[in-house]
Design a protein around this ligand. Structure first.
Ligand code: NAG
Ligand code: NAG
Ligand code: NAG
Length: 464
């Protein structure tokens, strides 16, 4: 062989081997995968348990998860933990999960990478628990239903776990809200008992194996989607936190067909409008006060507030029940004691510690805009939040404001109840500004006083 060609071939081989080595599927294999898909709500929760083994030669600390393009588009949360011990003695260590790029995989596959605390060496195994949440992934079929019909939906997935690794053994369990399953794809072995559909066990599937399945089933649980929620949290150093929440709520299930009969709805409750909803539940902090609820028309009094030491629950009803495709726009306002949420950090800065997300139970928020209105004169605001959000600053003016208030605006799409976790906004505050408002008030009173004295004087002088 020509020496040049030999060098070229060697070079090529060298590069190929690097490519092969850097491919994750060469390092790891999944000994067992168990997936439990919960289709009870319109917010789909998937619990995945993976027993991963390092079958390569070098230690590795990254484990990759793969998602199809359709899943990736509707993914709201991906969390992972390493577990040790069995059953009751099980301990969970949360692990970092971030979006990742891999040069391989079918077109459009999206990857996430789980970082292990200690590298997994050759021959070692680890058990990982993954939770991922999908929204807008149940497709109503039929697309339109009448008031007396039940809502049926399609769910699409793969019977075989999409993975960049060889999977030795795997099983998938799908839980439906009722035993009414119109149809489901069969990928032998497949078994359905009551509300549980079992795919597998399947043995030895090569990386990126995929086997589409379609499940058509009944789901009448409220498909409550807030297209947009704007929450404004206003801090007043005079003792309170004022919250105003503007909701644009829609029933995202099968569209309502025909005319709505209130008579039928009221007389045949339970059988009529099973997929509609009219009760809404907001979980608010304890010690909430001055709660009000109103829509475009005015205040609505049909709300009940229950409070205890741990939480408050506001139960309320829109003016009419919501059927598929129907919308409701409303506003909730309430006050909270400042000392429950405003603290001083060791470095002297103040901070608000409040809950992110949406107070409405089992709701998807397509777009959440959270505004924290800081007291006048606050400086250097910084938000601390455990997931990615868009941030910017605005200025708000209200009466008696001189320089305006800084507003920290946080925005996030595809928000689910798992996002209801504490976040903080730190800021510097010069207490001299506490005097600004009273000084303004005092000067207004003084001017009024001066004016009335002048008027009285005038009055007296005229009468003379
Ligand atoms: C991937 O899919 C997109 C859109 O479907 C297509 O335009 C592109 O050519 C595909 N790429 C490959 C490498 O198949
Ligand atoms: C609604 O109720 C709130 C609080 O009780 C009150 O401040 C507001 O003025 C009321 N609005 C209307 C339009 O009645
Ligand atoms: C924020 O509040 C939560 C409880 O509501 C608490 O667990 C957490 O430690 C607080 N965070 C900070 C930084 O104060």
């Amino acid at each position: 062989m020509e020496p040049l060609l030999r060098i070229a071939l060697l070079f090529l081989f060298f590069h190929l081997s690097i490519l092969v080595n850097s491919s994750p599927s060469q390092h790891l294999q999944i000994i067992n995968a168990e997936r439990r898909i919960d289709l009870n709500s319109h917010i789909i929760k998937v619990y995945l348990t993976l027993k991963v083994e390092n079958s390569g030669t070098s230690p590795t600390s990254e484990v990759h998860l793969a998602f199809s393009p359709a899943e990736a588009e509707h993914l709201a949360v991906v969390k992972a933990a390493a577990t040790t011990g069995k059953r009751k003695k099980k301990t969970y260590v949360p692990l970092d999960v971030k979006s990742a790029e891999l040069p391989e995989g079918p077109n459009g596959t999206k990857f996430f990478s789980i970082t292990l605390l200690t590298p997994l060496s050759k021959g070692e195994t680890i058990t990982l628990e993954v939770l991922y949440i999908l929204t807008h992934s149940l497709e109503p079929f039929p697309v339109e239903i009448s008031q007396s019909e039940s809502q049926l939906v399609y769910f699409r997935d793969s019977a075989i776990l999409l993975s960049p690794y060889h999977v030795k053994q795997q099983t998938t369990f799908i839980k439906t809200p009722s035993a009414r399953v119109e149809s489901h794809t069969v990928v032998d072995p497949t078994k359905r008992v009551g509300t549980e559909l079992k795919y597998g066990p399947y043995e030895n599937h090569s990386p990126y194996s995929y086997s589409p399945v379609l499940v058509h089933f009944e789901n009448n649980n409220p498909f409550a989607v807030v297209e947009e929620l704007e929450r404004e949290i206003e801090i007043s150093h005079w003792g309170s936190l004022q919250i105003t929440e503007r909701y644009k709520l829609v029933h995202a299930g099968a569209k309502h067909k025909g005319v709505f009969s209130r008579v039928e709805y009221q007389t045949r409750s339970g059988a009529s409008g099973v997929s509609s909803f009219k009760h809404l539940l907001a979980k608010l902090p304890p010690r909430v006060h001055s709660v009000y609820y109103r829509d475009e028309i005015g205040n609505i009094s049909s709300s009940h507030l229950r409070t205890d030491f741990l939480k408050s629950e506001l139960e309320f009803e829109p003016r009419y029940p919501l059927f598929g495709g129907w919308k409701s726009t409303f506003l909730i306002g309430y006050g909270l004691p400042l000392q429950d949420f405003l603290f001083e950090s060791p470095d002297g800065r103040r901070y608000l510690n409040f809950t992110f997300g949406c107070p409405l139970a089992e709701t998807v928020v397509d777009k959440l805009i959270l505004k924290v209105v800081l007291p006048e004169g606050s400086k250097d605001p910084a938000a601390v939040i455990p997931f990615q959000v868009e941030q910017h600053l605005e200025t708000k003016y209200s009466y008696l404001d001189i320089v305006g208030r800084t507003v920290v605006v946080l925005e996030k799409r595809n928000v689910v109840p798992e996002h209801n976790i504490p976040f903080q906004v730190y800021y510097n505050f010069n207490p001299i500004f506490m005097l600004a408002e009273p000084l303004m008030l005092a000067s207004v009173f003084f001017l009024l006083f001066a004016a009335s004295v002048a008027y009285l004087h005038m009055d007296i002088s005229i009468r003379k």
